[in-house]
Design a protein around this ligand. Structure first.
Ligand code: FAD
Length: 470
């Protein structure tokens, strides 16, 4: 049957949305603006998911650096409409710390050659040219992250940067990760582009270091807050601290067990993690899909935010630290996004990637100490100026693209697509390493699918890996 006919009209128009991150809130906003009655169930006590802003000791900080950018002018207009003059336009400043020196990010060949010790730079160029030539003459299987990157950037750069960073971020050998992560997130310059970059630094367009992005005053969480405010004004509600226990699809909607009661809805939009949604649907899905879902893995992040008595001296929005000498893989500086985030003081947020439940996840003071030591070694803070730290955690920061994830994910999403009056969307709900713009648009398209005005898959086809560009 046609997907629109399956979903049909929504006579009473009561829709449940699982998850109050950007995808769920975006869906709720679209549906409530069309007169439907929307209830959002959010398991945590806060809204915004990964794109929330936290407050501690009067300072505001995000879960790591969040820059909003989109290729869609309609979406840019929607976000501008939500935030008005409070949407800042910033020029990205980011660097990588390698071999005790800073390099521009994204890496530029000219910058690398200028700053790299001569023998390292020469070795990198030789290994780059060798890899590109060999790849052109005899293409080989590049299904895993390591061979994909080595084939395009050379072994030497892989060993110095891509390999250590990836191993630290994912906690597993890069050869065990699908090349999808690389192809979706790493832009590969052409040889001619690299030569242009080297000869005329700063003049190359697409890969230029300074690209602009949008950022709401006082934190990225303002986008979620603005969507939630509109939802409330349209009569919708968000039930925080509520994690549904079970969902039973019915011929004309679904029944949700949550907060000790049973609630009937005409339709449901999910933005909670895909494995969680499969578990909630229980017997509505066959055993092999439950097995596939149980094999999906997420990478967690612990964020340590140090409060400083003065501003951090670095101009960057964020800095990557791939080397093993730093336990964190990246740090960001909230006041460089908006000075108001840090009041008159300063802050740095350090990211420690881990698995939920492991020693890092459970970590406390030792992570703060590692942040202070690392920050001092990088020249970003004086130890005596650290006034305290706040630790926050996200269990589902990154979907792990291990070899085989895509077959598992596609099978589950194919099956969910034929479930009447149910649409799953978002970074978690589609198990997709995507950005905020995509999550917001996924929520919008999920809503339009319920309204019979579009199909999420037409915009975000999960069997293709082309649209989740970083
Ligand atoms: C460190 C980091 C940096 C990033 N930087 C950028 C950036 O610079 N630019 C960019 O565009 N994107 C960035 N992103 C990605 C961006 O944060 C996400 O793509 C986006 O916020 C995802 O929104 P979402 O609603 O799809 O998912 P989420 O934000 O994960 O929302 C899902 C929501 O569902 C809730 N939930 C989970 N399970 C249940 C349940 N069982 N019942 C009810 N509720 C549930 C969660 O609590 C959460 O609120 C970054 C991500 C990370 C981790």
């Amino acid at each position: 049957m046609d997907r629109h006919a399956e979903i049909g009209s929504l006579p009473r128009g009561r829709v449940a949305v699982i998850g109050a991150g950007l995808a769920g809130l975006s869906a709720a906003d679209v549906l409530s603006s069309r007169g439907l009655s929307v209830t959002v169930f959010e398991r945590s006590s806060e809204i915004g998911g990964l794109a929330a802003t936290r407050e501690s000791g009067g300072l505001r900080f995000d879960y790591g650096p969040h820059r909003f950018h989109t290729k869609s002018s309609a979406l840019q207009a929607r976000i501008s409409g939500l935030l008005g003059d409070d949407l800042l336009t910033l020029e990205r400043k980011s660097r990588i710390r390698l071999l005790d020196r800073y390099f521009r990010y994204p890496l530029e060949l000219g910058d690398v050659l200028r700053r790299m010790p001569l023998h390292q730079g020469a070795g990198m160029v030789a290994s780059y040219v060798w890899s590109r030539t060999r790849r052109a003459l005899a293409p080989s299987d590049e299904g895993d992250f390591e061979s994909w990157v080595v084939g395009r950037f050379g072994r030497r750069l892989y060993d110095i940067y891509f390999g250590p960073y990836t191993a630290k971020l994912w906690g597993r050998p890069p050869s065990s990760l699908s090349s999808d992560w690389a192809s979706q997130r790493i832009s590969v310059p052409s040889l001619s582009g690299l030569i242009r970059e080297t000869l005329s630094p700063g003049e190359s367009g697409a890969r230029s270091l300074v690209s602009t992005f949008s950022y709401p005053r006082t934190g990225i969480g303002r986008i979620a807050e603005a969507l939630a405010a509109r939802l409330a004004a349209a009569g919708g509600s968000i039930e925080t601290g509520v994690r549904p226990e079970r969902i039973e699809p019915l011929s004309d909607g679904c029944r949700i067990w949550a907060a000790g009661g049973e609630h009937d809805f005409d339709a449901v939009i999910n933005s909670a993690p895909l494995d969680e949604y499969v578990r909630l649907l229980g017997k509505a899905l066959p055993d092999d899909l439950h097995e596939a879902a149980s094999e999906l893995r997420f990478r967690a992040v612990v964020f340590v935010t140090l409060r400083l008595s003065g501003r951090c001296p670095a101009p960057d929005h964020w800095i990557y630290t791939p080397e093993a000498g730093y336990e964190f893989n990246r740090l960001s500086i909230p006041e460089n996004f908006d000075a108001a985030m840090s009041g008159t003081g300063g802050q740095i947020t350090f990211e420690f990637s881990c698995q939920e439940g492991d020693a890092t996840w459970e970590g406390g003071d030792e992570l703060s100490r590692a942040s202070v030591e690392g920050g001092a070694k990088l020249g970003l803070l004086l130890k005596e100026k650290v006034q305290g730290s706040t630790i926050t955690r996200q269990s589902h920061a990154y979907p792990v693209y291990d070899i085989g994830y895509s077959a598992r994910t596609n099978a589950i999403l194919d099956a969910l697509q034929v479930l009447p009056r149910s649409v799953t969307c978002g970074r978690q709900g589609m198990f997709r390493y995507n950005n905020m713009d995509h999550s917001i648009m996924m929520g919008e398209y999920a809503a339009l699918e319920l309204l019979g005005e579009g199909l999420l898959r037409d915009m975000f086809d999960w069997s293709k890996s082309t649209w989740a560009d970083g």
